[in-house]
Design a protein around this ligand. Structure first.
Ligand SMILES: [Mg+2]
Ligand SMILES: [Zn+2]
Length: 194
């Protein structure tokens, strides 16, 4: 039987958005992140982090810093009995200044490279029964590009986006107050498949 996955953005979604976070001491989980992920863990839905980290290409920090931050995220989740099944990130940006990362890659959201990697690694993901949760339009575009449903959070940049929708605003399948609301909605939505 194929599994559902929830592809989770990191900054502004699971942790407080502060812009190019590089210091692990500044990593702050939203208060309902861990219990929301635990709810997914307990129902057998894959929780997979997909995050753009163009700070690497821009020369703000290295991949070692990204890994350190992601490890810290796993640690704070573990303290609350929650876990991520996998983490994928894109370190690239076409206007980056670090040569090896300065390219128009296929993994920077809203392109689907990160999700494709997850599908290749897990082999049993059904994208039609999967979701992207994030706080930016690129997360909702990613959902559409990958054939998942998109949930826009009001945390992070979410409220700002909703207040000034631009021309290419793609309507999310659901707008959620926070992670708790998003997970409750998708668990209910999944009942349509039973
Ligand atoms: Mg974000
Ligand atoms: Zn990339």
């Amino acid at each position: 039987m194929q599994k559902s996955a929830v592809f989770l953005d990191r900054d502004g979604t699971l942790i407080v958005e502060i812009g190019y976070l590089s210091n692990p001491d500044q990593l702050e989980l939203y208060k309902d992140s861990a219990e929301s992920i635990k709810k997914l863990n307990d129902t057998g839905i894959l929780s997979i982090l997909v995050t753009n980290q163009s700070g690497v290409a821009r020369g703000y920090f290295g991949e070692d810093t990204v890994n350190l931050l992601n490890q810290k995220l796993l640690n704070v989740l573990k303290e609350k009995n929650a876990y991520l099944d996998a983490i994928y990130y894109c370190p690239h940006h076409k206007k980056g200044i670090i040569e090896e990362y300065a390219k128009d890659c296929d993994c920077r959201k809203p392109k689907t490279g990160l999700i494709n990697q997850a599908v290749a690694d897990f082999k049993d993901i059904n994208l039609e029964k999967s979701y992207v949760i994030g706080d930016k339009i690129c997360d909702i575009e990613l959902a559409r590009n990958a054939g998942c449903k998109g949930i826009l959070l009001k945390t992070g940049y979410g409220t700002q986006i909703l207040n000034e929708p631009c021309q290419d605003f793609i309507k999310p399948d659901y707008v959620a107050e926070n992670m708790t609301d998003a997970v409750d909605w998708l668990l209910d939505d999944l009942k349509n498949w039973q």
